[in-house]
Design a binder for this molecule. Structure first.
Ligand code: ZN
Length: 384
C-alpha cells in the first residue's frame, strides 16, 4: 500500500437507537432521553425530540457519513452492562448498541463504514463473541468502563486484553478503544462506577469523594489497573486512550487542577510506547471531542505527543465548534448551554465530521494522525 492510499479515518463515531423498532439492536432508557446531554446531542444531529425513532436515527447517521469528506468512519457499538456473574443486564444500561446494528450500517455504506465492536469482558462468551466480530471485519473493540460497569482492575480485563493481543488473523491485535477520565455523554446507572474510567486517583480525588457522603464512588485500584495494562501490552495488546485523557470543562489553570485529568497518564503510556518499552504492544491516544473551546488550551500539549501515536476522531455527536470563529462569544454560549439554555446552541451548518476535520487540521498542522489508523493497517484493508 503506498502512502497516498492511506485513508482519512474518523475512528470514534457514536451511533444510537431508541429501540422503538429494532429492540434487539439497541436502546436508551427514559431517564437518558430526558437528560440535558441527550438533548444537546439531538440538536447537533438536527433532530426534534418528537421525530426521534430508530429509522430516522439510522437514516441521519448514514447521511452524515455519506456526505462527509472523511474517507472512512468507525461506528461504535456499546455492549450493555454485564453483572459480575457474567450475565447480561440491559436494564442497567442507559444506552446500548448491538454489534449487529453496526454490521447493518456497514451493509448500507460498505466503502465508508468500519465496524467498531463492543463486547463486555465479564461476558462468559467474550472470546467467542470477539472472534465472531473479527470474522465480520471488526477493526477495534470499544469499552466505556463507567457506563458498562467494567472494573479495569478485574482479572477478566487482563484475560480479555491478552486475548485481544493476538485475536486478529496472523496473530495481529484487535485494538481496544478505551474511554478514560470524566464521562458526561453516557451516564452509568450505578453512581459508584463513575470512577471506573479513571487511571489515576489523587489526594484531591479522595477529598472530593469524601464529600460525596452516601454518593461515594468506588476508589479505583490504580496499581492493579496498570498491572493489567502493562502485562497485556508486553504480550502485544494495543490500547487507544480516548480524548488523550483530557478533562472536558477545564480551561484555566484552576480548572486544570480541579477537574480530573488523565493527560499525564496517557502521555506516559505514549512515551513508553515510543521508547519500545512494551515490545510489540502499543498505546495510542485519539483526538476525539478536542475541538471545543475548553480543550483548545491543551492543543500545544497534544502537539508534543509522539505524532505516530495519535489517531484522529470526532466523538460525534459530541458538540464540535468552529474554533476559528469568535472564540470569546462561543465560550460564553457554551457555558450557557451547559446550564440548560439550549437556545444558545449554535450548531455549525456544515457536515459536523468535516468541521471537526477542518478544525483539527488547523490545530495540528502537518500531523499524521488523520491517516495513522489506516497507515497501521487497523482498518484491516491489508487483511483483505
Ligand atoms: Zn466517545
Amino acid at each position: 500500500m503506498s502512502a497516498s492510499d492511506h485513508k482519512v479515518v474518523d475512528m470514534h463515531f457514536h451511533v444510537g437507537l431508541v429501540g422503538d423498532r429494532w429492540k434487539e439492536l439497541g436502546g436508551m432508557s427514559k431517564e437518558y432521553r430526558s437528560d440535558l446531554t441527550y438533548k444537546i446531542f439531538l440538536m447537533y444531529v438536527r433532530l426534534d425530540d418528537d421525530k426521534v425513532c430508530d429509522a430516522v436515527l439510522k437514516q441521519r447517521t448514514l447521511e452524515t457519513i455519506d456526505s462527509s469528506v472523511v474517507d472512512k468512519v468507525v461506528c461504535l457499538a456499546l455492549d450493555p452492562v454485564y453483572r459480575s456473574d457474567g450475565t447480561r443486564d440491559e436494564g442497567r444500561s442507559h444506552m446500548w448498541v448491538d454489534n449487529e446494528y453496526i454490521i447493518d450500517l456497514r451493509k448500507e455504506l460498505p466503502e465508508r463504514v468500519l465496524f467498531g465492536a463492543s463486547v463486555h469482558p465479564y461476558d462468559l462468551k467474550f472470546e467467542d463473541r470477539v472472534k465472531k466480530c473479527i470474522d465480520e471485519g471488526a477493526v477495534l473493540l470499544k469499552w466505556l468502563p463507567s457506563a458498562q460497569q467494567i472494573n479495569l482492575a478485574d482479572s477478566r480485563v487482563l484475560k480479555a486484553l491478552r486475548f485481544l493481543a493476538t485475536a486478529c488473523p496472523g496473530d495481529k491485535p484487535l485494538p481496544l478503544l478505551l474511554h478514560n477520565g470524566p464521562e458526561y455523554a453516557i451516564p452509568t446507572t450505578d453512581h459508584r462506577t463513575k470512577s471506573y474510567d479513571y487511571l489515576c486517583w489523587s489526594s484531591w480525588d479522595n477529598i472530593v469523594n469524601f464529600f460525596r457522603f452516601r454518593k461515594k464512588w468506588h476508589k479505583p485500584e490504580i496499581k492493579k489497573i496498570h498491572r493489567n495494562f502493562d502485562l497485556a501490552l508486553k504480550e502485544g495488546a494495543v490500547i487507544i486512550f480516548a480524548h488523550c485523557g483530557l478533562p472536558y470543562f477545564s480551561s484555566g489553570v484552576l480548572g486544570q487542577v480541579l477537574e480530573h485529568s488523565e493527560l499525564s497518564v496517557v502521555k506516559d503510556y505514549l512515551t513508553r510506547t515510543a521508547r519500545g518499552d512494551f515490545g510489540n504492544g502499543k498505546c495510542f491516544a485519539d483526538t476525539s471531542a478536542v475541538a471545543t473551546p475548553f480543550r483548545r488550551s491543551y492543543f500545544s500539549k497534544i502537539n508534543k505527543f509522539p505524532k505516530d501515536l495519535l489517531l484522529f476522531g470526532s466523538d460525534f455527536p459530541t458538540p464540535v465548534f468552529e474554533l476559528s470563529a469568535d472564540s470569546g462569544e462561543m465560550f460564553k454560549d457554551f457555558k450557557a448551554i451547559l446550564k440548560g439554555k439550549l437556545y444558545r446552541i449554535v450548531v455549525p451548518q456544515d457536515n459536523l465530521l468535516d468541521v471537526n476535520l477542518r478544525e483539527q487540521r488547523k490545530a495540528f498542522p502537518g500531523a499524521t494522525m488523520f491517516t495513522n489508523f489506516s497507515r497501521y493497517g487497523f482498518d484491516r484493508s491489508i487483511d483483505e
